[in-house]
Design a protein around this ligand. Structure first.
Ligand code: NAD
Length: 480
């Protein structure tokens, strides 16, 4: 199968195109290099009815066969890894190292989730009664995904859904549809028609999905703002929803750190994937005793080690901003900092004439706590550095946000690190590390960073109904 051409939707196992298409850009050149179908409502209906039909069979398919299908899917993805990595860099902008992390991570995730099971619970076994709680698939699931990790975040949905016995329709982000369309096409080699489909289109298509009466659940990753719309629309048909939303992750640096040694870790905590990362450190709280040292070490590390450029170039560490819409939002944060007179310790000027949507790594030197760059999620490489002196105060500041996705604490005094970490309001709290994920650990957001979770048996549960079956052994039907 060719990965880099012929982009089509998959509906009921068939490749489907449309007369209307949407352009896909290479963010490193701002030029269109592919077109994808723009699904009609009728095509969505066809995908849903195929998924409904396939659900009847797929849910009855023995779990060992579903496991084998996911493992074969992992093999296919691995065999085609080179093609997917090149395509991911071209449509998303990330450099080779990021593409490797994402594609091989997806392969590992498929294999790991394939081993997961939710065992039945025997609640009561007595002479009178047997009570069992078991888990049944929720049905047809719509997966709506963003543009920052288009492969991995889609696999995080496909793998548990298919293991649970659900069928799924994937809607990629309009900015990065290519890898997702090709992944679903590839999966047709091993899945019955209708089990996994893909439809491409704009935000409107997402709305049709959340309102569709025959979709039972929406698995959504994206912004908090869109998450609110998804939840509202899904409420009409009481759909299940899993929402993985935005974040404004704080990192707290204690006074006993070795600034130079820590700088690379703090740098990547904030700037991995060019900071287009739900879990990027978006507020860096540095103790006042080491503030200058840590700031200077970050500037030094970035200036001497980091190249921003086309992800296809071997010496690039950070690619462009993925799309024009996001580039505009990031420009706006720079303008806001300038107009308020905040100082930049590094960067601060965007070259708007660059070939691609490039933004320099930028550090804002101790802006006010109520500034936009501190309160909001810039989703680009501009990081506020903030001073703290009192432990209770920094914990309160870290928690003073509508978000609660991730947080981290860094220091040699492990007691202090754990004491502070245990008071942070976030779905994942990393202590002296960051961005450590596993298919076996629950991932999700507190507060307005989300609802439900992905990964682990808790994530698998999100694709199941629980069902309690009781048997009265002593009063058989019609008997005394
Ligand atoms: P977005 O919310 O703009 O779009 C996400 C998806 O929703 C896209 O496929 C889009 O077409 C679709 N969509 C848009 N409007 C819709 C509507 N009204 N109904 C249904 N679907 C709709 O987000 P984005 O800009 O693609 O992604 C960036 C955001 O995602 C950031 O806020 C980031 O923090 C968040 N994110 C969260 C996680 C997580 O796991 N918590 C992971 C990655 C990204």
């Amino acid at each position: 199968m060719k990965i880099d051409t012929n982009f089509a939707m998959t509906i009921n196992g068939q490749m489907v195109t449309t007369d209307n298409t949407q352009p896909v850009y290479n963010p490193a050149t701002r030029s269109v290099f592919a077109q994808v179908p723009d699904a009609s409502r009728t095509q969505l209906d066809e995908a849903v009815s195929a998924a409904r039909q396939a659900f009847g069979l797929w849910r009855q398919t023995p779990v060992e066969e579903r496991q084998a299908a996911l493992e074969r899917f992992a093999d296919l993805l691995e065999e085609n890894a080179e093609g997917f990595m090149a395509l991911l860099t071209r449509e998303q902008g990330k450099p080779r190292s990021g593409a490797e992390w994402e594609v091989f991570g997806s392969v590992a995730w498929l294999r790991a989730i394939a081993t997961q099971r939710l065992p039945e619970e025997l609640v009561e076994e007595t002479d009178e009664r047997r009570v069992v709680t078991r888990f049944t698939p929720v049905g047809v699931v719509g997966a709506i995904v963003p543009w920052n990790f288009p492969i991995l975040l889609t696999i995080w949905k496909i793998a548990p859904a298919l293991m649970a016995g659900c069928t799924m329709i994937v809607k990629p982000s309009p900015y990065t549809p290519l890898c997702d369309l090709k992944m679903v096409e590839l999966a047709q080699q091993i899945l019955p028609p209708g089990v996994l489909s893909a439809v491409s289109g704009g935000d409107e298509l997402g709305k049709w999905m959340t309102a569709h009466p025959d979709i039972n659940k929406i698995a959504f990753t994206g912004s908090t703002e869109t998450g609110r719309h998804v939840m509202k629309s899904a409420s009409e048909t009481v759909k299940r929803v899993t929402l993985e939303l935005g974040g404004n992750d704080p990192a707290i640096v204690l006074p006993d750190v070795d600034a130079k040694a820590l700088a690379p870790e703090l740098f990547w905590a904030a700037f991995m994937n060019n900071a287009q990362f739900c879990n990027a450190t978006k507020r860096l709280y540095i103790h006042e005793d080491v503030y200058d040292e840590v700031r200077d070490a970050l500037v030094e590390f970035s200036a001497s080690n980091i190249n921003v450029g086309d992800g296809a170039d071997a010496d690039t560490h950070l690619g462009p901003i993925q799309n024009a819409m996001q580039y505009g939002k990031v420009q706006d944060y720079f303008a806001d900092c300038h107009s308020n007179g905040y100082q930049f310790a590094l960067g601060g000027e965007i070259d708007e004439n660059a070939a691609g949507w490039f933004v320099p790594v930028s550090l804002v030197d101790n802006p006010p706590e109520d500034s936009r760059i501190v309160r909001e999620e810039p989703f680009g490489p501009i990081l506020p550095l903030l001073k703290w002196s009192d432990e209770n105060d920094v914990i309160a500041r870290a928690n003073d946000t509508i978000y609660g996705l991730g947080a981290s604490v860094w220091g040699k005094d492990l007691e202090a690190v754990e004491r502070i970490g245990s008071q942070l309001e976030a779905g994942t709290v990393w202590l002296n590390e960051v961005h450590q994920y596993s298919p076996f650990q629950a991932f999700g957001g507190h507060k307005q960073s989300g609802l439900g979770c992905e990964n682990s048996l808790h994530g698998l549960m999100e694709y199941n109904n629980w069902q309690t079956i009781t048997l009265n052994k002593q009063s058989g039907a019609g008997e005394e």
